[in-house]
Design a binder for this molecule. Structure first.
Ligand code: ADP
Ligand code: ZN
Length: 355
């Protein structure tokens, strides 16, 4: 068993502990954070059936008193009424400032439990146990929490850093293949952004130890980037590789295309456009497409350039009449480029597979 720990130096700092099988034995780590307080586990209706008992048992072994709140799995639960139910639950069970909220689940759970922990009693301690690959490589670092509003996704939230993140890659074995691929899209993104070695290590029969290593690398890259830019103004924009077009795809599909699938196609499109404009080395797009295909991830969608452009221009990330694009120059290297918004359509056109 090869455990890895990544230190994230944001706020007072915390560890992301990545180890196969650690879920069965995380009581001691949890105890360090929880101290003599109580724990509230927030989880969804799928994850609770698979892993809640395991976490209960480790807490019981440490004599930690805990309660759990289970909500209906799925993005449609990520709203103000579930958040309100969680807050009322915490109050009803008389949780106090020195107690701890544990998010056991994917990105949806982490977002909502983190938001609740940020605002309940003006903030109580928070631990994340990501159970999707997407949550492990993406939402476990950065401290962003959010809920969706009727007006759009992730429109209300708070920055909330966890006290610790505990990641057991063995839990990914129960993920539906589409959910695993969804997380692989963000994982591949880190390869394109930061490391040709990581990029070349992707194959679709990853061993548990390789999975640990892969997650460690992604988490380290994200941690180093976020440390330099905690409030998301500069360098952190690199993490948006594939996301400008990706968000447009999600929007055009009315959010029936999941985030990773949209980012995969967004990444392939921006790579093809960068190559056409000679920003990226020849062959870059083909290599990205080949890796995405290994995981049955898409490299384009049937939306027209017009549809994608207008969806992209209504995105909240836009500032004034400029847009910051993340352009691959090769595998493992990307640049930020400010472009006038009128140029976005050209990128999207050049990015389509049959332009
Ligand atoms: P995200 O992709 O942002 O992490 P969710 O939190 O909604 O999104 O998780 C995606 C789906 O996978 C949900 O239906 C959730 O219940 C389910 N899920 C999460 N973790 C596991 C797991 N380890 N095994 C099986 N299903 C899981
Ligand atoms: Zn993303």
């Amino acid at each position: 068993m090869t455990g890895k720990t990544v230190r994230v130096n944001v706020g007072k700092g915390y560890d992301v502990i990545i180890e196969n099988g650690i879920l069965n034995a995380c009581g001691k780590i949890l105890r360090e954070v929880i101290g003599n307080g109580r724990a509230a586990i927030i989880t969804d209706s799928n994850v609770s059936k698979l892993y809640l008992q395991t976490v209960f048992n480790t807490l019981k072994n440490e004599n930690i008193d805990c309660e759990s709140f289970i909500f209906e799995a799925g993005e449609q639960s990520k709203n103000i009424s579930t958040l309100s139910e969680i807050l009322e639950f915490l109050a009803e069970k008389q949780f106090v400032r020195s107690d701890t909220v544990i998010a056991l689940g994917g990105g949806v759970t982490g977002d909502m439990a983190g938001f609740a922990a940020a605002v309940y009693l003006r903030g109580i301690k928070f631990i994340q146990i990501p159970t999707t690959l997407l949550a492990a490589v993406d939402s476990s670092v950065g401290g962003k929490t959010a809920i969706d509003l009727c007006a759009g996704k992730n429109l209300a939230g708070a920055f909330k850093q966890p006290e610790a993140v505990i990641c057991d890659p063995e839990v990914f074995s129960t993920l539906p293949p589409k959910e695993f691929a969804n997380g692989m899209a963000e994982t591949i993104k880190y390869g394109v952004l930061f490391s040709e070695d990581l990029f070349d290590s992707f194959n679709n029969n990853t061993t548990p130890d390789q999975l640990c290593e892969m997650i460690e690398k992604c988490v380290s890259f994200k941690a180093r980037t976020v440390e330099h830019d905690e409030f998301d103004n500069g360098e952190r924009k690199l993490l948006n590789l594939g996301h400008t077009i990706g968000h447009a795809i999600e929007k055009c599909s009315n959010f029936t295309v999941s985030h990773g699938y949209a980012v995969a196609a967004g990444m392939a499109m921006i790579a093809r456009a960068s190559e056409a404009l000679k920003t990226a080395k020849e062959g870059t797009a083909k290599r990205i497409e080949a890796v995405l295909k290994k995981y049955s991830l898409p490299t384009d969608f049937d939306f027209t350039s017009d549809e994608l452009t207008s969806a992209a221009l209504s995105d909240k990330k836009r500032s004034g009449n400029k847009i910051t694009l993340v352009l691959p120059t090769g595998i493992g290297e990307c640049i930020l480029k400010d472009e006038p918004i009128e140029k976005l359509e050209e990128y999207i056109k050049l990015g389509k597979e049959n332009n």
